[in-house]
Design a protein around this ligand. Structure first.
Ligand code: FAD
Ligand code: NDP
Length: 320
C-alpha cells in the first residue's frame, strides 16, 4: 500500500506556503502539490502575475510578487516540505485516508493523506479586450486595493469595470487617488449591496457609465491612456481618457476538483466554519482565497494558512 501522508497541501500561494512552513516545523512532513499552470496561473499563485507588492509586512521597500513567492517557496523547502509540481485533478474525501489524484495520473494509485489543506486560490476574471495584454500591469489591474496606491494612478482619471460589491468597494477606494473614477457597468442597476451602491454613486469623484461595456484599451506603448466603451442600448461608442483600468467583474475560485466532495457556496467558494479553517469534512481544511471572497489579500491568505496547519496538527494529534 502507498505511504499515507500526514498532511497534503494543495496550492502554491501564500496560504499554501504558510501552511507548509507550520506543518513542516511541526514535523508533519507535509507534501505540497503546487500545480502546473493550474487555473492558468504559474506555481506561486496570483502574486506571480503582479509587479510590486507594497503591503506585505516585512518588506518596507516593497518586493516583486514573483520574488515574494520564490522566498515563500524556499522557506517551505527549508523546513522539509516536499514540493511536487503537479495539479491535483480529483479527490475522494468520502473516507479516510483521503485520496487524491494528480492530473495525467487519474488511472494510477491515488496519493493517500490523513489530512488535507486546500489552498488552491482564486482567479480574478478579466475581459479579453484589445489592448489588455499590452497594458496589463501597465495601468490595467484586477486588484485596486493592491495596486491603487501606485504613483501612476495619482491624480488621473481611472475606470472600474463592474457593478457588484467589488466594483463599488474598489471604485470608492480609488477615489483617494484618481481625479475621477468612471464605473462602467453593463446595466442601469448596480448588483452591489444597497449601502455600498449608495456610497459609490454619492461620491462626487465617481462618474457612472451605465449600460456600457468596454471595447478596447489604448495607450502610448508605455501605459494605458484611454478606453473605448459602447452603450449597449443605442450602440454608440465613446472614448474615455484614463490612466488606469481595474477589472472588478468577480473571481473564480479554483474548486473544480472538489465539486461534490466538500461543501461549496453558491459561487463555488469552499465553506469554512467562521473563525476557523475547518470544512464540513473532518480532517480537510481550507485556507486563502479559495474560501475568502471578502479580503483577498496575501497577508490574509497567509494568516488562514497558518490557522489551517495549526488545526490540522491539533486534529492529527487527537487521532493517534
Ligand atoms: P493563490 O495566490 O490564488 O494561489 C493558488 C495557486 O494554487 C494557483 O494560482 C495555482 O498555481 C495553484 N493551484 C490551483 N489549483 C490547484 C490544484 N488543483 N492543484 C495544485 N495547485 C493548484 N494581495 C496583496 O496582499 N498585495 C498585493 O499587492 C496584491 N496584488 C495583487 C495583484 C494582482 C494582479 C492579483 C490578481 C492579486 C493581488 N493580490 C495582492 C491578491 C493576492 O495575490 C491573493 O489574495 C493571494 O495570492 C491569495 O493567496 P492564496 O494562497 O489563496 O492562493
Ligand atoms: P459579483 O459577481 O457580485 O459582481 C460582478 C459584477 O461584474 C456584476 O455587476 C456583473 O454585472 C459584472 N460583470 C460580470 N461579468 C461581466 C462581463 N463579462 N462584462 C461586464 N460586466 C460583468 O462579484 P463581486 O466580486 O463584486 O462580489 C462577489 C461576492 O463577494 C459577492 O457576494 C459580494 O457581495 C462579495 N463581496 C463583498 C464585499 C464586502 O462586503 N465588502 C466586497 C467585495 C465582494 P451584472 O450585475 O450585470 O451581472
Amino acid at each position: 500500500m502507498s505511504e499515507i501522508h500526514n498532511v497534503v497541501i494543495i496550492g502554491s500561494g501564500p496560504a499554501a506556503h504558510t501552511a507548509a512552513v507550520y506543518a513542516a516545523r511541526a514535523e508533519l512532513s507535509p507534501v505540497l502539490y503546487e500545480g502546473f499552470m493550474a487555473g492558468g496561473i504559474a506555481a506561486g499563485g496570483q502574486l506571480t502575475t503582479t509587479t510590486e507588492v507594497e503591503n506585505y509586512p516585512g518588506f518596507p521597500e516593497g518586493i516583486s510578487g514573483p520574488e515574494l513567492m520564490d522566498k515563500m517557496r524556499a522557506q517551505s523547502t527549508r523546513f522539509g516540505t516536499k514540493i511536487i509540481t503537479e495539479t491535483i485533478a480529483k479527490v475522494d474525501f468520502s473516507e479516510r485516508p483521503f485520496k487524491l489524484w494528480p492530473e495525467h495520473k487519474l488511472d494510477k494509485d491515488p496519493i493517500l493523506a490523513k489530512s488535507v489543506i486546500i489552498s488552491t486560490g482564486a482567479t480574478a476574471k478579466t475581459l479579453d479586450i484589445p489592448g489588455k495584454d499590452n497594458y496589463w500591469q501597465r495601468g490595467i489591474s484586477a486588484c485596486a486595493v493592491c495596486d491603487g496606491a501606485l504613483p501612476i494612478f495619482r491624480d488621473v482619471p481611472l475606470a472600474v469595470i463592474g457593478g457588484g460589491d467589488s466594483a463599488a468597494e474598489e471604485a470608492t477606494y480609488l477615489t483617494k487617488y484618481g481625479s475621477t473614477v468612471y464605473v462602467v457597468h453593463r446595466r442601469d442597476e448596480l448588483r452591489a449591496s444597497a449601502i455600498m451602491a449608495k456610497r459609490l454613486v454619492e461620491n462626487p469623484k465617481v462618474e457612472m457609465v451605465w449600460n456600457s461595456v468596454i471595447e478596447s484599451a489604448g495607450g502610448d506603448d508605455k501605459q494605458i491612456r484611454n478606453i473605448t466603451v459602447k452603450n449597449v442600448n443605442d450602440g454608440s461608442s465613446k472614448t474615455l481618457d484614463v490612466g488606469g483600468l481595474f477589472f472588478a467583474i468577480g473571481h473564480k475560485p479554483n474548486t473544480d476538483p472538489f465539486v461534490g466532495q466538500i461543501d461549496l457556496d453558491e459561487e463555488g467558494y469552499i465553506k469554512t466554519v467562521p473563525g476557523t479553517a475547518r470544512t464540513n469534512i473532518e480532517g480537510v481544511y481550507a485556507a486563502g482565497d479559495v474560501q475568502d471572497k471578502k479580503y483577498r489579500q496575501a497577508i490574509t491568505a497567509a494568516g488562514s494558512g497558518c490557522m489551517a496547519a495549526l488545526e490540522a496538527e491539533r486534529w492529527l494529534s487527537e487521532q493517534d
